[in-house]
Design a protein around this ligand. Structure first.
Ligand code: L34
Length: 262
């Protein structure tokens, strides 16, 4: 960071949160803390639930124009009266540290990209840091969201994995998941993947973060049964979540370099 600052490049992240979803509040606080830890300037825009789409888009427009802001993100979900698509489309692709804008999504598709969406990027980092080679492996992604499932599949494909995407209409899910050398669970259903659905020795990555009635966090994978079968497994909390935040810091620094943020 000091070397960047010597060159007159100062990363700055703007985080927008609309409404008071408690989970979003925790995530945004964690992002702010990570910025402080890394020496990245951060600005939080906490807007009331009743904010209109027009007001939100106006703020994004202002932030797009500022030469001291490298990255902009609007924490999802946004309230129902605001179009998520309109918000994503409004962010300058050069400042889109979430990589949700169609321009950045398209770049990921063709394999030439600056920003990788933070959660799938975090999953890849975990795989790399564990010394796992994706090439030729059977990779199964459960979930097809634009934010995780789809880009995750693409990143695994870029590294020569043989990728299957499963979803709510998939027939014989367990048969597919049991075939996976690398299994990524991103469905948003607590304890959805159980030990008997896992191939012995598989790498199991749990993207799910479900809040249970007793306030405890629970992944999409039933950890107790899965850990006995898996070769490697990520916990919830303390697994993919913190990696998402680390990748956001990386994207923000990249954005500062691309945008030469003052
Ligand atoms: N725009 N919206 C936008 N960008 C994102 O990248 C996100 N995401 C997802 C939700 N909406 C978003 C996040 O930031 C999920 N997500 C996220 C970020 C951080 C954590 C989890 C999800 C995290 O810090 N998890 C901690 C536990 C936090 C807790 O106690 O609730 C963990 O150890 O998993």
């Amino acid at each position: 960071m000091a070397k960047l600052k010597e060159k007159g490049i100062n990363p700055g992240l703007a985080v927008i949160i609309v409404g008071d979803d408690p989970a979003s509040r925790v995530y945004v606080n964690n992002k702010k803390k990570a910025c402080e830890y890394c020496g990245i300037k951060s600005e939080e825009y906490a807007l009331p639930e009743g904010t209109t789409q027009e007001e939100l888009l106006k703020l994004i427009e202002e932030l797009n124009g500022r030469d001291d802001i490298s990255g902009i993100l609007c924490q999802l979900p946004v309230p129902e009266h605001i179009s998520e698509e309109a918000v994503i489309n409004a962010i300058d692709p050069k400042k889109d540290v979430d990589a949700f804008h169609p321009v950045n999504v398209g770049k990921i598709m063709v394999g030439n990209y600056d920003f990788v969406p933070c959660t799938p990027a975090g999953v890849m980092e975990l795989i790399h840091e564990s010394g796992i080679d994706v090439s030729g492996k059977e990779c199964v992604v459960v979930g097809r969201s634009n934010i995780v499932g789809k880009p995750q599949a693409m990143l695994l494909l870029h590294e020569n994995g043989t990728v299957t995407i499963c979803h709510s209409r998939t027939k014989d899910l367990a048969e597919k998941t049991k075939n996976a050398d690398i299994l990524v669970a991103a469905v948003g259903k607590p304890n959805f993947i159980t030990g008997d659905m896992i191939k012995p020795g598989a790498v199991v990555i749990d993207v799910g973060i479900n809040r249970m009635p007793d306030k405890k966090l629970c992944g999409d994978v039933e950890f107790e049964t899965a850990e006995k079968i898996a070769g490697a497994i990520t916990p919830v909390p303390g697994g993919v979540g913190p990696m998402t935040i680390a990748m956001l810091m990386k994207n923000t620094v990249k954005a500062a370099i691309v945008n030469k943020t003052k």
